[in-house]
Every structure is written in C-alpha cells, then in structure tokens.
Design a protein around this ligand. Structure first.
Ligand SMILES: Cc1ncc(COP(=O)(O)O)c(C=O)c1O
Length: 384
C-alpha cells in the first residue's frame, strides 16, 4: 500500500525524459541542437580548475567546517564589496552544495511544518518540492507580463494568509530571465518584515544581467536571505558549490543544520572557488557573459520573427520563455514534435508550473551562435 505521499507529491523534471529521448536520437546518429539545458556550455575558467587540481594534489580533501572554508567565506564577502560596494561580514556567509543546498538550508531553518510559502508561477520548479519535503505548503501565484513575470507587493497583499511565513523570488528568474526592480523588491521586503516573515531572494543568475545595472537584495535589508551559486556565472555547475547570505541571528542554526544534512560542501570545489574572484577569472567570465548577450540578442529577434510571442524581454540568465500558441496549444507535445522532426530540444512550460504552461516553452541559449542559427533555420523551415 502506498503511504508516503510526500515523495509521491514531488515531481521529476519533464525535460529529463525529453533529454533522454534526445540522447537516444543522438545515439542513432541524429544531430540534436540542445536548447533545453539550464547550464552554461563554457568550460570552468582555467584559474579555478588549476586551483581545484592543486588542492587535490596537495591533499586538501578533508571536511571543511560546515559553513565552509573561512577564506572562501571572506572572499565572497569581499566580492560583495567589489561588485556591489556592500560591506558584508563573512560571518553571514554559508557555503553550500550549490544553490540547491542553500535553498534547502535556508528553508530548513526558517520554515515550520504547515507553513505556507508564496512563490511565482512560472518559477524554478524545485522550490515547491523543497517546501513539500519540509512539510510546508506553497501558494503558486500566477504572474504575467504586467509584473515582468515576477511577484509584486500587490500579489503579496492579495495572497497573504495567516499561514504565510516565507516568500521566495528569483531575479533574474528561471524560466523568464526577467528582473525584479529594486523599488518593488524594497517594497516587498518592507511588507514581509512587517509580517515577521522571511524573504528569500535567489540571485543565482547574478553576473548574467545584460542591460541593467546589478544591485543585490542585500543592499535593501539585512533580514533578507540571499541565495547564490558558483554554477551559472562562474560556470561550475558540476562542482556543486553555492552560498547564501543570512541575517547573523540565523547563522548558528544554519551551521547546526548544515552539519547534519550535508556536513560541508565539497572541499576541492571550495579551494577551486578561491580563484573565482581573481582578475584573470573575472576577465574570462565577462567574455562568456558578452557571448551570452550576443546569443540572447540574436535569439530574441529571430524567435519573434518566427511568431513566438515574448512579451517581456529577458534581461538576464540564459533563457527565453516564449509563447508558442501560434504553433500549438500543447507545448509539451510541441517540444516532442520538434525534437522528433527537426532535432531541436527545448523545455515545455509545464516544468515551471501550471500558469499557461501549455502555451509556453523555454529556450536556453547555452550553445554557440552557430548552433542557434541552425536551430532557427530548422524551426523556420518546419514552422514557416
Ligand atoms: C533559479 C535557480 N535556483 C537554484 C538552482 C540550483 O542551482 P545549483 O544547485 O546548481 O547551484 C537553479 C538551477 O538551475 C536555478 O535555476
């Protein structure tokens, strides 16, 4: 008899089945253009790789403190000074196994069983599953172009309930690449504070904001919990390293929970990340960023010309969330159709929630301009 409803409530990513099919087609010799994957295609910059190799050679392979290497916590705090002119105590920084570990740690400390968490739909799919895993509930608020696919103060006021204890946002967002303005975020932070709840801001795509100036939520209020990672801007997805910045009052609790749920983040990855803020590394990362921008600019224009509707232009990350209604009212089916027929792999809207999911797809521009051009010409021939 099936009893464990918690694990049954947690859904796998639909795109994983699509990816498996794409690999199968590749093994049969078909050429597949991958626009479904949410990770950069660039290599980890050499200074980081070298630092990681040296750490392993030097035998730096033992556990670090649960909150991470003090030197890395310091380096991250200094990065906030360099990048955002923000003075931050390294005591507020916790190193985690990716942003995933940071999200789990943050929710694990601030949530109680039965608490409600507000989040945006469409949004990063794992968040609702983390909350479910911790025996909380989520209220997925449908967002649209009128708020750049982000939560707003109006949403919070409308959907707040007695059980609401946490609000989660991401800027830039996955899947839409859209930003939350500093003004709106400040208003939301003040409201959440007044309610004695927590605001978690996922800044994992920071560093990949193309036109706007970058500001961090930490500049707004010390009570905000900020999530970040070495996965995206730093091109270190597989190293499994991230961090969070929390109010000082929560850090001991995070230490205790981190000791128990993952002991510490991977040690060689932490040593490698010490080189992540060097000037040579940043130079390489900025060159990757400008390549991402070129890809975005190219794909945005071409997808619109093809008839995809993109109401709010993505300002960051490496995603375009596009309405495909002109071609299909079943985006899941549409993704399989174009995979099978023209070898272009994209992600169906239903991986990001239920809000108009059947008419949206996500394109990741995590492949070269040459491949993007090929994808567009295949789409054009097929849909045209
Ligand atoms: C918004 C967002 N947050 C968190 C993560 C988790 O990233 P990681 O655990 O690799 O740092 C992702 C990954 O795609 C993401 O898109």
């Amino acid at each position: 008899m099936e009893k464990n409803t918690r694990i049954n409530d947690i859904q796998p990513f639909h795109v994983m089945a699509l990816l498996a099919r794409a690999k199968e087609l590749e093994s049969q010799g078909k050429d597949i253009i991958h626009l479904e994957i949410g990770e950069p295609d660039f290599p980890t910059p050499k200074p980081i790789v070298d630092a990681g190799i040296n750490a392993i050679k030097d035998g730096d392979v033992h556990y670090t403190p649960a909150l991470g290497l003090p030197a890395l916590r310091e380096a991250i705090a200094s990065f906030y000074q360099t990048r955002y002119a923000l003075n931050l105590s390294s005591q507020r920084v916790a190193i985690t196994p990716g942003a995933s570990g940071a999200l789990m740690l943050a929710l694990g400390v601030v949530m109680q069983e039965g608490d409600e968490v507000l989040l945006a739909d469409p949004g990063y799919p794992c968040n609702k599953n983390f909350v479910r895993f911790l025996s909380g509930t989520t209220r997925a608020i449908h967002v649209d172009a009128s708020t750049d696919y982000q939560l707003s103060l109006k949403h919070l006021k409308k959907h707040w309930s007695e059980k609401t204890k946490v609000v989660m946002v991401a800027s830039p967002s996955n899947p839409t690449g859209t930003l939350l303005s500093h003004k709106e975020l400040s208003a939301m932070a003040a409201f959440v504070k007044e309610k004695k709840a927590y605001l978690i801001v996922d800044e994992i795509y920071h560093g990949l904001i193309y036109n706007d100036e970058e500001t961090t939520a930490l500049a707004i209020d010390d009570n905000i919990i900020v999530i970040n990672s070495f996965s995206k801007y730093f091109n270190m997805t597989g190293w499994r390293l991230g961090w969070l910045v929390a109010p000082e009052s929560l850090i001991d609790k995070m230490d205790k929970l981190a000791q128990n749920i993952f002991l510490a983040a991977a040690t060689p990855a932490q040593y490698a990340a010490l080189a992540a803020f060097d000037s040579e590394t940043i130079r390489i990362l900025e060159s990757y960023k400008s390549e991402f921008k070129q890809r975005r600019d190219f794909l945005l224009v071409k997808l619109k010309q093809l008839g995809f509707v993109i109401e709010t232009e993505p300002q960051g990350a490496f995603y375009i969330y596009a309405n495909c209604e002109k071609f299909s009212d079943d985006s899941y089916q549409f993704c399989y159709e174009i995979l099978e027929n023209i070898g272009v792999a994209i992600t169906p809207g239903k991986d990001f929630g239920e809000n108009n999911a059947d008419t949206f797809v996500r394109f990741s521009y995590t492949t070269s301009i040459k491949c993007l051009e090929q994808a567009i010409s295949r789409l054009s021939a097929y849909l045209g």
